[in-house]
Ligand binder design. Structure first.
Ligand code: SF4
Length: 322
């Protein structure tokens, strides 16, 4: 991709302390995000996928600086933002927006829909009341909401409509990147497709980039240009959508893909059932973190961490077998 790099994340880490006892004694740390690196270009969607608890949502929140990184760097359009305090982040807030899984809890239930969308414009932009009202009405039409819904409260919307409202709010201040954190996971399958199509249409029209966090590879396939697969705090494979779905290189990606239903109901593929549970992120396994469940595990996998390497142009994988 030749478009400008917007976001450059290098060796990003987020560890949460684990405290025990009435005195809150430190008893280890959760390695939620443990050294991930990737970039996002202008107009691009990067899918970030993995099972629940792999650290993908924490990565999204850390990039937005909603939680503090433990280490590594976050560069936004060439400027380091990982060390900025609240005031230092303010100029970047309108460029970096978010859409969350549960719009009901992320939208103020006491505000009317028009005010929910107008709020970030009032906070970040110098605009008159008439200009704001005009922009809010425009955004409503762009996300497929009706003008008569401007005065309604979040509880009066369906789940899909609430997510459209959340998207209108995120778009209100003309962001360059929206972190979409499981934005369709709580919706019915038919509504999921509508919201995904809406996000794609808005990207085509406004050129916005997305970091699309999801546990469902089938959802990510539709919207992503590239996909990063996360396992236990690490990215294990990163490549373009086509390569990932046609030619997965990491055993974990292979297993995830084997669970994705095929469009042709008569077509058959072998489902790979992984042994055991995901290990605790408090005590991740040494060597390759996937070795406790990998069907191809070798002796060195147990003590030697595989580094990310490029196996084909633009296709990166962390596995000793590649
Ligand atoms: Fe499996 Fe070893 Fe590759 Fe890890 S490094 S994914 S354990 S083969």
């Amino acid at each position: 991709m030749s478009a400008a790099v917007l976001l450059e994340v290098s060796d990003l880490r987020k560890h949460f302390p684990v405290r025990k006892g009435i005195f809150g004694r430190a008893a280890g740390k959760v390695h939620a995000v443990d050294g991930i690196s990737f970039s996002i270009h202008a107009g691009e969607t990067l899918g970030l996928v993995g099972e629940s608890g792999c650290g993908k949502s924490t990565a999204g929140k850390t990039i937005l600086r909603l939680i503090e990184p433990t280490g590594g760097t976050i560069e936004w359009r060439g400027r380091r933002i990982d060390g900025l305090d609240r005031a230092g982040m303010r100029p970047f807030r309108q460029e970096l927006q978010a859409v969350f899984q549960d719009p009901y809890s992320s939208l103020n239930p006491r505000m009317r829909a028009a005010d929910i969308v107008a709020e970030p414009i009032r906070n970040y932009q110098n605009a008159s009341g008439a200009e704001i009202a005009e922009r809010v009405a425009y955004l409503f039409s762009k996300v497929g909401l009706r003008a008569d819904q401007l005065v309604k409260y979040p509880y009066e919307f369906s789940g899909g409509q609430r997510q459209r409202l959340g998207i209108a709010r995120a778009l209100a201040v003309q962001p360059k990147l929206i972190v979409c954190d499981e934005p369709v996971s709580a919706l019915d399958v038919s509504v999921q497709a509508q919201v995904i199509n809406l996000l794609e249409d808005l990207q085509a029209e406004f050129g916005v980039s997305y970091l699309f966090v999801a546990h469902d590879l089938a959802v990510v396939e539709h919207i992503s240009h590239r996909v990063a697969v996360m396992y236990l705090g690490k990215i294990v494979e990163l490549t373009d959508r086509r390569s990932l779905f046609r030619n997965p290189q990491h055993p974990y990606t292979e297993a995830l893909l084997s669970a994705v239903p095929l469009p042709d109901p008569k077509a058959k593929k072998k489902r790979i059932i992984l042994a055991g549970d995901v290990p605790s992120p408090i005590t991740p396994p040494p060597g390759c973190r996937f070795h406790t469940r990998c069907p191809y595990v070798e002796e060195r996998c147990r003590n030697e961490e595989p580094l990310m390497k490029q196996v084909q142009p633009g296709h990166h994988v962390a596995c000793h077998l590649r």
